[in-house]
Design a protein around this ligand. Structure first.
Ligand SMILES: Nc1ncnc2c1ncn2[C@@H]1O[C@H](COP(=O)(O)OP(=O)(O)OP(=O)(O)O)[C@@H](O)[C@H]1O
Ligand SMILES: [Mg+2]
Length: 381
């Protein structure tokens, strides 16, 4: 090192701090490479993260201008000394890289490298990258001075921190991907539970209006008004799902009134008779009310779509400080165990998730020929 021990320590420390400040993988790599070049006073520095196909997923350089970098051409492959570092996971300190038997030449625009110091970046047993420097700046204008054992030690400290920074950056990116995936799944559930049901009812009502329009224009007109109302509700639900609002009706009218209106709307839209009764229900925590509404919507929708029932009854009753919701149909029933959790069917999975998500439970009681009862209990406040 050209600096004294104190300023050297300060430089290392600021390099490490800079590394830990960045969370994007590429920024971390850039900081590592720039710090290494500066600390070891080299002309060139580079860091490569290998991919699984013999190339580099990422390759970051310092000391090379953009124009020069473009002129060099495609990214290096994992061959020659780079490959040796990645495979053997050993440091390479060479007085002249060009005279090494593993040297395989470089593209014409590549800067001429002489003395070379390279270190693998390891996470446990896995080599996750290689960090290397070339052409140490010499105090004397003539001749080369080459990298020393001290330089190697210093670079190995940087490489260890680079490993941590890289691993953290990857974890961070992974967790951000997970958040996006969770958000997508929430939206999928929301669209499924609320919007697709409204659209289903809307379609049926539109069909009814078409069938009636010649025979009974007055009733067709009523159905068409219903179509307009359902379309407006679907639009509201869609907006709520996208901006993650709870259904406006819950805030305005409360759970009992919302369920009653939904039952009335479905009763009119479908041939089955749909009823709703409430027994002594008190206000519940907002999240539990929302979950109850969503589960009621899906259970109603399933009953109307799959069961062929003549009647679907919804009840909401107080139990302790919480409440129990029950949706019962007298339709064909099904074998709940025969429904696979994964796959196309989102409804039953979504109902279970919603119940569990607010500390509640969901029970599905059904058998072929016996009708179906979906029960959800929530604990209350
Ligand atoms: N009330 C019911 N009566 C008869 N069969 C039902 C009833 N509820 C659910 N099923 C059966 O269980 C299956 C799974 O229901 P689920 O709600 O998970 O998915 P889906 O309704 O088919 O599709 P999705 O809800 O994702 O649009 C249904 O396809 C149907 O065969
Ligand atoms: Mg369903």
């Amino acid at each position: 090192m050209s600096q004294g021990p104190r300023s050297g320590l300060a430089a290392v420390s600021s390099a490490l701090l800079a590394m830990s400040r960045h969370l994007e993988v590429r920024d971390v790599l850039k900081t590592i490479v720039a710090s290494a070049r500066e600390l070891l006073d080299a002309q060139y520095a580079a860091l490569g993260v290998p991919d699984d196909h013999g190339g580099f997923a990422q390759f970051v350089v310092d000391g090379v201008s953009d124009a020069q970098w473009k002129a060099i051409g495609p990214l290096p492959r994992q061959h020659g000394i780079l490959a040796a570092m990645l495979k053997d996971a050993k440091p390479q300190r060479l007085a002249d890289v060009r005279t090494d038997p593993r040297f395989e030449g470089w593209p014409s625009a590549h800067p001429d490298l002489a003395d070379f110091l390279g270190l693998p970046i390891r996470d446990g047993d896995e080599v996750i990258g290689a960090l290397f420097l070339a052409n140490k700046n010499c105090p004397k204008p003539e001749g080369t001075c080459g990298f020393t054992a001290d330089d190697e030690e210093l670079l190995s400290i940087l490489a260890q921190h680079a490993a941590i920074a890289l691993t953290n950056a990857r974890l961070y990116e992974r967790s951000r991907e997970l958040t996006i995936a969770e958000e997508r799944s929430r939206l999928a559930h929301e669209l499924h539970d609320a919007v697709s049901q409204k659209l289903f009812s809307l379609r049926l009502t539109a069909q009814a209006a078409t069938a009636l329009i010649d025979r009974d224009p007055a009733r067709a007109k009523g159905e068409l008004q219903q179509v307009a109302a359902l379309a407006a509700e679907a639009a509201d639900e869609l907006r709520a799902a996208v901006v993650e609002l709870r259904p406006a009706a819950l805030d305005e009218d409360g759970l009992v009134a919302t369920l009653r209106t939904q039952a009335q709307v479905l009763d009119r839209a479908h041939t089955a008779h749909v009823t709703f009764t409430a027994h002594g229900v008190r206000a519940l925590p907002a999240a539990q009310e929302e979950a109850l509404l969503r589960v009621a919507q899906e259970a109603l929708h399933n009953a109307l779509r799959h069961s062929g029932a003549d009647r679907v009854d919804v009840t909401l009753a107080r139990r302790g400080s919480g409440a129990v919701l029950r949706v019962t149909d007298d339709g064909g029933g099904f074998d709940p165990h025969a429904i696979r959790r994964a796959g196309r069917h989102l409804g039953l999975v979504s109902m279970r998730d919603r119940a569990g998500g607010v500390g509640g439970t969901l029970t599905v009681e059904s058998a072929p020929g016996k009708g179906t009862t979906i029960e959800m209990e929530v604990p209350g406040g």
